[in-house]
Design a protein around this ligand. Sequence first.
Ligand SMILES: [Zn+2]
Length: 301
Amino acid sequence: MGKRLSIALALLATAGLVQASASPWAKIETATPGPPRVIGKVSYGCISGAEALPETGVGYVSIRRHRNRFYGHPETLKLVQGLGEELAKRRQDRKLMIGDLSQPRGGLMSSMHRSHQNGVDVDVWFTLTESVEHAKKLAPEGNDPPSMLQADKRLTSQHWGEDQLFLLKTAAENPQVERIFINPGIKLAVCASQGPDAPWLQKLRPWHGHDAHFHVRLKCPEGSPDCEQQAPLPPGSGCGAELASWFKPKPAVKPTKEAEKPPAKPVKPAPPPIPPQCRPVLAQGTDAKLAEQRADFLSTH
Ligand SMILES: [Zn+2]
């Protein structure tokens, strides 16, 4: 990479960070009233009329509440509550740990996620807890619960078991669930144990990370005409060539002479940070200082 290009990219990355940390969505502490409406895409959207997930319920504990990312569409809350109830039927001594949903009005977060913007995403930790207090010890801020994978990317029996498989399958078989992101190593093991034709495996999408938690994404719920659904899932279980492609060694990069180098690709401009239908959602509120910051943000985007 040319020196000038790397400087330009570094500047862009810094600008991205500045933009994310300045996201006014992260400062909003309340949802807007009214019926729930999912707007835009998971990585470019917001939600009005979101509901807050209670800190605890049958079979689950919502963790890291200080982040204020426990809001979502009622269907997302229903999914969490349903999963908790299914776990509770199975065993009384353990509860799910629920991580981030969305901010009160969704939108861009200041850290961690690009998606989770419109109230249909939720992170569920594979590690189970005994109680709210126990969860605070298991997953304090900055210290994630353990990975389900060993160093060789195979499942570890120390942390992975029937409960984890049960949760993935129960979530995937929920008709409201559109897809679930998990680490390719986990998908490989699940494909091997379930057989490559099990229909629920189609929703398991391999992605980087996601070895200590799985990320559930719902379909666009009814009554949200501005919700933009992601491209449909590829056909089949995804246990074959697609999954194998994650494990192919990267081809060695041959050193090339300067003259042979292809021209640098143009840097893709970042999408504008707010869809038009989200502007009134962001603007609603009475706090004068915040309103000023929001007006500032809206006038530049
Ligand atoms: Zn997630």
